[in-house]
Design a protein around this ligand. Structure first.
Ligand SMILES: NC(=O)c1ccc[n+]([C@@H]2O[C@H](COP(=O)([O-])OP(=O)(O)OC[C@H]3O[C@@H](n4cnc5c(N)ncnc54)[C@H](OP(=O)(O)O)[C@@H]3O)[C@@H](O)[C@H]2O)c1
Length: 326
């Protein structure tokens, strides 16, 4: 059986034009592995960092860009009991998702949730896994608490707002334009602030601060976050677009008994990712079936136009997820 696929590689780091389309003959699935005929792949900011040479893939990752796909199971390796060829699935991949055929570990392959188009479902795994493990697992967001989502109109942000709302939390979000703020409100944010124009820090302080903050900005936001968090508040870092090195007032951490945490998804072990996948199936998939969570799709490009998709993400022109279809 042929396993010929196109993949998108970056032979040399650079801008969107650094992306090259190449063809490979894949090996058969190894024990515990699944090959998927890709319906669509999600584009994520970590892919942009990888293209720029700033986020090297972990050892053993499939060749090429792409961390999440939807599609149909093509072949399963030894020991894969819960999936059959033809099953509609979504998967978190360690790489190689921008392709006709993608490889994933069985623990990271989930039956596609009810109530969402299979192409759009490609926008779920990376964001849902990331929000679950950070906002729910690590930061233990409780119903009634207030979550601040920085970057509320991002792929991660649009997912975080909806998941927190489904859980019964109150949400504040920031975004870079009025249209993006309107999207955050439509998704469930009670307060959406344009970080380019509004004094988001004062507005948040005057409206009750935050119990949990999901942050992808870092830099000078960090000290402001420690000041905004309520007693027993949790700051959870998933990226640092404004820089990783910051100065902190540890007295605030002690007096308010704050927790500062964070994580990266790609470096987690197979077992840890599989545990997140089971939690997602149990807790998050029902929210999709109930209409409380949907992937917010910005645009869909063909694989040949991956450079255009990356240029759109580089320009921060998008709101929600950008997808690629073979
Ligand atoms: N740790 C992990 O496991 C993990 C996993 C996946 C993603 N991530 C990270 O999560 C972030 C979001 O990923 P994504 O794929 O959803 O990317 P994305 O859609 O490109 O989101 C980037 C967001 O950053 C916002 N932003 C930029 N500067 C800001 C500022 N000064 N204040 C507030 N918001 C600001 C942008 O807001 P506007 O567009 O509104 O201007 C945009 O929404 C990325 O940094 C990514 O690396 C981490």
């Amino acid at each position: 059986m042929s396993r010929r696929t196109r993949i998108i590689t970056t032979p040399a780091p650079g801008g969107p034009d650094a992306l090259k389309i190449e063809t490979r003959e894949l090996d058969p699935p190894g024990p515990g592995e699944v090959l998927i005929d890709v319906a669509a792949a999600g584009v994520n900011r970590p892919d942009v960092f990888e293209r720029m040479g700033l986020y090297p893939p972990p050892p053993g990752a499939p060749e090429g860009l792409g961390l999440e796909v939807s599609g149909h199971v093509r072949e399963t390796g030894e020991g894969v009991d819960h999936l059959r060829p033809g099953d509609a699935v979504v998967a978190l991949a360690a790489g190689g998702g921008y392709a006709d055929i993608a490889r994933a570990d069985m623990g990271c392959v989930l039956h596609a949730p009810q109530g969402v188009d299979l192409i759009h479902a490609a926008g779920l795994p990376e964001t849902v896994f990331t929000v679950w493990t950070n906002v729910f697992d690590r930061a233990r967001l409780q119903p009634g608490e207030r979550l601040l989502v920085q970057g509320g109109a991002s792929g991660i942000g649009t997912t975080a707002i909806q998941m927190a709302a489904a859980h019964g939390a109150r949400i504040a979000a920031t975004a870079g334009s009025e249209d993006k703020c309107a999207l955050c409100r439509e998704l469930g944010a009670e307060l959406a602030l344009n970080y380019r124009n509004d004094d988001w820090e004062t507005a948040l302080r005057e409206s009750g601060g935050a119990d949990v903050i999901l942050d992808m900005v870092g830099g000078d936001y960090t000290a402001r976050h420690l000041s905004l968090l309520n007693t027993e508040g949790r700051l959870v870092m998933i990226a640092f677009l404004k820089g990783a090195r910051v100065e902190l007032d540890l007295m605030r951490v002690m007096l308010k008994r704050l927790t500062l945490t964070g994580s990266t998804l790609r470096s987690r072990s197979k077992d840890e990712k599989a545990a997140i996948a089971r939690a997602v199936e149990t807790h998050v998939w029902p929210w999709i079936a109930q209409g409380k969570l949907r992937p917010v799709i910005d645009s869909v490009f063909t694989l040949e136009n991956a450079a255009k998709a990356h240029a759109r993400m580089d320009a921060m022109a998008h709101a929600g997820k950008i997808l690629l279809t073979p």
